[in-house]
Design a binder for this molecule. Sequence first.
Ligand code: ADP
Ligand code: MG
Length: 430
Amino acid sequence: DYCPGGYMPVSIGQTIGPDDRYQIIRKLGWGHFSTVWLCEDLAESQAYYAIKIVKSANNFKTVALDEIKLLKCAKEKDHDAIGYDKIVLFLDYFTATSLYGDHLCLTFELMGPSLLNLIIQSNYQGLEQEGVKNIIKQILLGLMYLHEKCRIVHTDIKPENILIAVKEPYIRNMVDHVNRFNELGVQMPKTYVNAMGWNEAVELYDQSHEEASSSNIYTNRLDPRMTSCPNKTYLNDFSKAIKSKFENRSLSPLFVDPGIQVKIADLGNSCWENHHFAEVIQTLQYRALEVIIESEYSFPADIWSVACLAFELSTGDFLFNPQATDHLSCPEDHLGLIWELLDGLPPYIALSGRKSSEYFTSSGSLKRISSENMKIWKVEDVLVDKYQWKRVDAILLADFIESLIEPDQDLRATASTALTKKWLDAVDNQ
Ligand code: ADP
Ligand code: MG
C-alpha cells in the first residue's frame, strides 16, 4: 500500500504541515484509508496531536472530504450541547505532498488505545459492570449529540472506534519511549518503522509474557503492509532484541489511566440522516437487523451497535457472531441468531426489507432454518447459563440490551431514552 495512490511514506522525525509545523514522533494506528501518527506541534510547547494521513488516490480523497464535512459539523454545531465532548475533537486539515501524490491530513486531539485494547487486556473476559456502564453512558451521550444535534449516523460503532482519553503522563511516557529506544540503540530501519510502528514494538514487550511468537504477531496484525514485509527472520531477531532490552533496562510498558474517559472516533463511514453514502453499513457483528434485510436505516442502527458493545464489554464475547456454513449464508445465520435471542421476529418487520424475500417465507418465518433447529435463548438466560451471572444482575443488563435491539426501529430505545434505563442508574455523570 506504499505506492502511488496509497499511504504516504513517513519517517520518524520528519516535519509536515503548514510551515513544517508538526513533527512526526511515532505511529499510532492505521486504517484502510490512512495511517495515523503522533505529532508534536513545534509552534506550541508540549502540544501533541494525532494526524491522520489519508491515501492519495482520488477516491480516498473524496471520502476524506466527506469525513471533513461531517467532522466540521460535529465540531461546530453546538459546543455547549451535552455529549459534544464525547466525540474526538477535530482540529484542522491540510495537504501534504509525497512522491506518491497529495495526501489530505486531518489533525485530531490525541487519544489513547481503543476499547478493543481493553477487551484484549481483560483476556476476553470482559470488564467490571461499573466500568461498562460508565463507558456505555459516555457513548450514548456522544450519540445523543451526533444524532439529535448534528443529524449524523455514525454507522460504525464498535470497540476499535471508541478511544480512551489519555492524560499528560501517558503522553510523556509515549514520547519518552521513543527517546529511550533511541538511547538503547535499538536499530529500526526506516522501512521497518513504517511497516510496524513504535506502538507494535512496545506491544511486543507486553506480549512477551505470553510467549507470543513473532510469527504470531506477524500474521495477526492486519496491517496490509505487514503481509508484504519479506524479512521474517529479521522480525524474529528484532523482537528478541526488544524483549531483552526491556528486561535488562526495565523500560516500563505503556499504561492507561484507570479513570477512563472515552470518546467516539472515526467518522470516516458516517453519513447524514438524509444523505447516505452506502446501502450496507456497519461492521458485521454490530450490524442492525434493518441493515441486514436492507430496509431503511437511520440513527437506530447505531443504537443496535451499542447493545452489541454493552454485551461484549460485559462478557468479552460478541453478542452476534454470524458465520456462513454449508447450508446457510452469513446473513441467514445472523438472522437465525437474532431470532433465537429475541424469541422470533414480528412478520411486519421481517418482511420490510429489500432482501426479506430472500431470507423469509411470505408468513415471516426463516426459509432455511426450521424451528426445530432453533434454540430460543434470551439474553437474561445467556448471561446466567453461559456466564454464570446472578439472576438479578442479568435481568438489568438483559432489559437494557433488549430495548436497544428492539426489531422495530420506531420502538427501539434512542440515545436519550437508553440513558434513562435502570441498568444505567447510579452511574456518575461524566
Ligand atoms: P481509518 O478511517 O483509515 O480507518 P481511523 O480514523 O479509524 O482511520 O484511525 C485509524 C487508527 O488510528 C485508529 O484505529 C486508532 O488506533 C488510531 N487513531 C485514530 N485517531 C486517533 C486519535 N485521535 N488519537 C490516537 N489514535 C488515533
Ligand atoms: Mg477506522
